[in-house]
Design a protein around this ligand. Structure first.
Ligand code: GAR
Length: 195
């Protein structure tokens, strides 16, 4: 049986994208990298792996709807069925959320609903909490508010800086995201009989 075709969305370094690429057990095929930042390192990672890219600069469009209509065309052309956000620092429009309903996951570096949005690791350090973590959740129209699929705790150590805590959080992310994606897709394929 052919693998489920998916797109990964990323804006920066792309270490989570790399972890998905490197995972030999992944039950899906990454057929497109979507990136909203033409200078991002993740583009190089995709090119090195021979993965097609859809790169755009939101500043060159009049509105979110306009650039997402172009993006939607690219997703349809690539026959993408699921979307995985991995450090994509942009809120999806209601259009894309609706088209991809129950087929978009995101990974976030906190135990949601704590510390949503940007700088979640910094927010946790500043709040002085003893633990934070990683959440994988479905994407809805809110900011990191969709249904939670999996969470894993990461302890905050007394001398942690943003850098040291990020390293430990990302180690968890790189293991957790491929695992959760596989679990969700295997469950999905039991019920998806196509049309
Ligand atoms: C990851 O830690 C991810 O959880 C976070 O951005 C980082 C991207 O790293 N996402 C968010 O904060 C989303 N709100 P990467 O580019 O090395 O994968």
């Amino acid at each position: 049986m052919s693998k489920i075709r998916v797109a990964v969305f990323a804006s920066g370094d792309g270490s989570n994208f790399q972890a998905l690429l490197d995972n030999e057990d992944l039950v899906c095929e990454i057929v497109l990298l979507v990136c909203d930042n033409p200078g991002a390192k993740v583009i190089e990672r995709a090119e090195n792996a021979g993965i097609p890219t859809y790169v755009f600069d939101p500043n060159e469009y009049k509105s979110k709807l306009e650039y997402e209509l172009h993006l939607l065309k690219a997703l349809v052309n690539a026959e993408v069925r699921w979307m995985f956000l991995a450090g994509y620092m942009r809120i999806l429009s209601p259009l894309l959320v609706e088209v991809g309903e129950d087929r978009i996951l995101n990974i976030h570096p906190s135990l949601l609903p704590a510390f949503p949005g940007k700088d979640a690791i910094k927010q946790a350090l500043e709040a002085g909490v003893e633990k934070t973590g990683v959440t994988v959740h479905y994407v809805d129209e809110g900011i990191d508010t969709g249904r939670i699929v999996a969470q894993e705790e990461v302890e905050i150590l007394p001398n942690d800086t943003e850098k040291t805590l990020k390293e430990r959080i990302q180690r968890v992310e790189h293991r957790l995201y491929p695992q959760v994606i596989n679990d969700v897709l295997i469950e999905f394929s039991k019920y998806d009989k196509g049309i």
